[in-house]
Ligand binder design. Structure first.
Ligand code: UCC
Ligand code: FAD
Length: 582
C-alpha cells in the first residue's frame, strides 16, 4: 500500500470525487447576442478590440478583485488613536484598484469622448455590462459619477463645476473623481418633495451651508456629491414641497484637523447585499455647497442624473442575468446527475433556455435605451427618439430590476446546493440584484413616473411608442418564420392601445391601479418587437428567431380593460386592503 501511494484511511473518509467549478470565460466572447448586436450597429472596429481585451481582463484579473471587495467590506473608523473624530471610511485595496481601473478603461469617459458618435453610449454601456458582475459593485459609484457629469453638462460646464467635470470624465487615475447622489432623507426616498428637510443657509460669499440628515448615501468615499436642499430666506423660512428644492454641488474634503468639512458620518448601513460598497447615514452640519439650479428647480435639475443612474441600474441588472446564465451553462457541461451531464437533461436545458430568453429580451431593451440616449446626446435624436427615451427609461429600470431577481434566483438553483454556498461567489449575485428594484426609484414609483410623463406630454410619448413598435413590426411582416411572434406582438399592441383609450375616460385612480401592469405591458411588447427586429437582421442566427418566438408565447399585455382583470375599479382598493389585513 505504501509503495503504491494509496492510503485508504486518509482519502477514503472524504472520497475522491470533487466537482469542477463553473469557469468564468471572457464575457465578451461568450455573449453571442452582445457581439451580434454590436456587429450590427457599432461602426468602430477599435471598440470591438477594446471590449474583447477588456473581457479577457475581467475574466482573468478583475473578477478576483470583485471577490476581494465582497470579502473585505468597508468599515468606519470614528476616532483616531488619540480620540479625535476622523470618520474614516476604510475600503479594501481592491476597491481602490477598481477606481483606477475605471478611469484607465474610460468607463465613464467613453460616454463623453463620443469616439463612436451616436453609438458611444452603447459602447460605454457594453463595457460596463461586461464589467458589472465582476466589479465588486464599483458600478454603483460609476453610475452616480456619470449622472453627475451629465447634470453638469446639461447645466453648463463652467465655474464652479468645470474642474469637477474634467475629473469625473478623465482617464487619468490620479485625477479621477467619483460622485455621490444624496437625495434620500428619513421621511422619504420616493417622496423626495415632502421628505427633504435639509436646509441651505446662504453665506455672504455666495456659497451655502447645508444642514440636514441624509439617510442613505452610497459609495460615500466619493470626492463630491450632488444633493438637494431648501434655501432659507433671511427669516429662516423655506418653501415646502418640490418647489422649495434646489440642487447643490459639494466637495467632500477634510480640514487641517483631518475632519470632514461639514459632515459627520453617523454610521454605515448593515445591508442585505451591496456590502462591498459603503452606504452611510450622514449628518450635514454646515457642509459648504454651491447652488447649481435655479431655486425650486432641484428635482427637475437632478432628473438628468436619475436618467443616467436608472440606465446604469438596468445595465447591471441585465449583466447579472447574463453572468448567471453563462456560469449555469458552463456548470451544466461539468455536473453529472442520473448518469448524464446536466446539459443532456432536456428539462434542465429548458430552464436555462427560459433564463436565456429573459436575458436576451432585457438586453435588447436596455441597449435600445442606450441607443436613444446616444442619439440625444449627439444631437441626432428625432422627437420620436426623445419621447421614447423619456418613456422607456423608467420602464427599462423597473422591468429589468425585477427580472434580474427572478433570473438570478433561478440561476442559483441550477447549481443545486452549491448555489447557496457563500464562498462559491454565487449568492452575492442574488443579494446584489435585490437592491436594483429598490434604489433609484421602486417599481411602483417608476410605474407612476410613466403615467406622469405620459400626462405631461399629452400622450405624445405613447404615440411615439405605438408608432415605433408598428414600424419595427412592419419591417418583419415578410419573414414567415417570425409570423407567430409578429402576430402576438401586434395583438398585444392593439390590446394596449384599447386600454389606453378606455383608461383616458376613467378617473385617475383607475390608471394609478393599472400603472404597474401597464408598465409591464410596455416593456414586454417593446421587447417582443426588438427581438423580432433583431431576428430579421441578415446575419441573425436560428437562435435569434427562436428567442423571439419563445418570448412572444407569454402574455405580452398584462394590462387589460376586461372584467376578468378589472381590478383597477374604485371598489378594488378597499377589497385589497381587507384582504391584506384579513
Ligand atoms: O437611490 C439612489 C442611489 C443609489 C445608488 C446608485 C445606484 C445606481 C445604479 C448602480 C448599478 C449597480 S439615489 C435616490 C434615488 N431616488 C429616486 O429615484 C427617487 C424616486 N422618486 C421619484 O422618482 C419621484 O417621482 C420624484 C422624486 C421625481 C417626484 O418628485 P416631485 O417633485 O413630486 O416630481 P414632479 O413634480 O413629478 O417633477 C418635478 C420636475 C418636473 O419638471 P417640470 O417642473 O419642468 O415639469 C418633472 O418633469 O422634475 C421633472 N422630472 C423628471 N424629468 C421628474 N422626474 C423626472 C424624470 N424621471 N425624468 C425627467
Ligand atoms: P418608501 O418611499 O417609503 O417606499 C416604501 C414602499 O412604498 C415601496 O415599496 C414603494 O414602492 C411604495 N410606495 C411609495 N410611494 C408609493 C406610491 N405613491 N404608490 C404606490 N406605492 C408607493 N438614496 C440616495 O439618495 N442616495 C444613495 O446613495 C442611496 N443609496 C442606497 C443604497 C441602498 C443599499 C439602498 C437600499 C437605498 C439607497 N438609497 C439611496 C435610498 C433609495 O433610493 C430609497 O430607499 C428608495 O428610493 C425608496 O425610498 P424609501 O426607502 O423612502 O421607501
Amino acid at each position: 500500500w505504501e509503495a503504491s501511494g494509496y492510503l485508504p484511511f486518509s482519502k477514503a473518509r472524504i472520497g475522491s470525487f470533487f466537482q469542477d467549478r463553473p469557469v468564468l470565460k471572457n464575457p465578451f466572447l461568450e455573449d453571442a447576442l452582445l457581439r451580434g448586436y454590436l456587429r450590427r450597429h457599432l461602426p468602430e472596429e477599435a471598440a470591438f478590440s477594446d471590449l474583447c481585451a477588456f473581457g479577457e481582463r475581467v475574466a482573468n484579473e478583475v473578477d478576483e478583485w470583485g471577490r476581494e471587495c465582497e470579502v473585505t467590506p468597508p468599515r468606519l473608523v470614528y476616532f483616531d488613536p488619540w480620540g479625535r473624530r476622523v470618520d474614516h471610511i476604510v475600503t479594501s485595496p481592491a476597491w481602490k484598484r477598481m477606481k483606477d481601473l475605471s478611469a484607465q478603461e474610460g468607463l465613464v469617459a467613453i460616454g463623453y469622448e463620443r469616439q463612436c458618435g451616436e453609438w458611444s453610449r452603447v459602447y460605454q454601456m457594453s463595457k460596463l455590462y461586461i464589467f458589472s458582475p465582476s466589479s465588486g459593485l464599483y458600478t454603483c459609484p460609476l453610475a452616480m459619477t456619470d449622472g453627475a457629469a451629465k447634470v453638469i453638462k446639461s447645466i453648463g460646464v463652467s465655474w464652479p463645476v468645470e474642474e469637477a467635470f474634467s475629473r469625473l470624465t478623465t482617464r487619468q487615475p490620479e485625477r479621477f473623481w467619483t460622485s455621490g447622489q444624496w437625495m434620500t432623507e428619513r421621511q422619504g426616498g420616493s417622496d423626495v418633495a415632502s421628505g427633504t428637510e435639509t436646509v441651505a443657509v446662504p453665506r455672504t460669499d455666495g456659497l451655502y451651508k447645508l444642514h440636514g440628515f441624509k439617510w442613505f448615501t452610497s459609495a460615500t468615499d466619493a470626492d463630491m456629491t450632488l444633493t438637494l436642499a431648501r434655501v432659507q430666506d433671511r427669516m429662516g423660512a423655506t418653501t415646502p414641497g418640490s418647489r422649495g428644492l434646489s440642487l447643490f454641488y459639494a466637495e467632500v474634503s477634510r480640514g487641517e484637523d483631518g475632519r470632514l468639512r461639514g459632515i459627520e458620518v453617523q454610521r454605515l448601513k448593515d445591508k442585505l447585499g451591496t456590502r462591498q460598497m459603503p452606504t452611510a447615514e450622514l449628518l450635514l452640519d454646515g457642509l459648504p455647497a454651491h447652488k447649481l439650479s435655479e431655486e425650486g428647480r432641484g428635482v427637475a435639475s437632478i432628473a438628468n442624473m436619475l436618467t443616467i443612474t436608472r440606465i446604469h441600474n438596468s445595465v447591471s441588472a441585465v449583466a447579472a442575468m447574463r453572468r448567471v446564465v453563462q456560469l449555469a451553462g458552463d456548470y451544466a457541461t461539468r455536473r453529472t446527475a442520473f448518469g448524464k451531464l446536466l446539459k443532456d437533461h432536456p428539462l434542465h436545458m429548458q430552464t436555462l433556455a427560459r433564463m436565456e430568453v429573459e436575458t436576451r429580451g432585457a438586453f435588447l431593451l436596455v441597449m435600445d435605451v442606450c441607443r436613444l440616449l446616444g442619439r440625444e446626446e449627439s444631437g441626432m435624436a428625432t422627437q420620436l427618439d426623445t419621447h421614447l427615451l423619456r418613456l422607456l427609461t423608467p420602464v427599462v429600470k423597473l422591468y429589468t430590476g425585477k427580472q434580474a431577481v427572478a433570473v438570478v434566483s433561478e440561476g442559483l438553483e441550477s447549481f443545486g446546493g452549491q448555489g447557496y454556498i457563500e464562498d462559491t461567489g454565487l449568492p452575492v449575485l442574488l443579494r446584489d440584484v435585490q437592491v436594483l428594484s429598490i434604489w433609484e426609484g421602486t417599481t411602483n414609483v417608476l410605474s407612476l413616473d410613466v403615467l406622469r410623463c405620459v400626462a405631461r406630454s399629452s400622450g405624445m410619448v405613447l404615440r411615439a411608442y405605438f408608432t415605433h413598435v408598428k414600424s419595427l413590426l412592419a419591417s418583419a411582416s415578410s419573414v414567415s418564420s417570425l409570423a407567430p411572434a409578429v402576430k402576438a406582438v401586434d395583438g398585444a399592441l392593439s390590446k394596449l392601445e384599447e386600454f389606453v383609450q378606455v383608461a383616458a375616460t376613467r378617473a385617475p385612480s383607475y390608471l394609478e391601479l393599472a400603472a404597474r401592469d401597464q408598465a409591464y405591458s410596455l416593456a414586454r411588447i417593446y421587447i417582443g418587437a426588438l427581438l423580432i427586429d433583431h431576428a430579421c437582421w441578415k446575419e441573425a442566427s436560428a437562435s435569434d428567431t427562436y428567442a423571439a418566438l419563445r418570448w412572444c408565447e407569454q402574455d405580452l399585455c398584462p394590462v387589460s380593460t376586461t372584467q376578468a382583470r378589472g381590478c383597477y375599479n374604485p371598489n378594488t382598493p378597499p377589497l385589497d386592503a381587507a384582504l391584506v389585513y384579513d
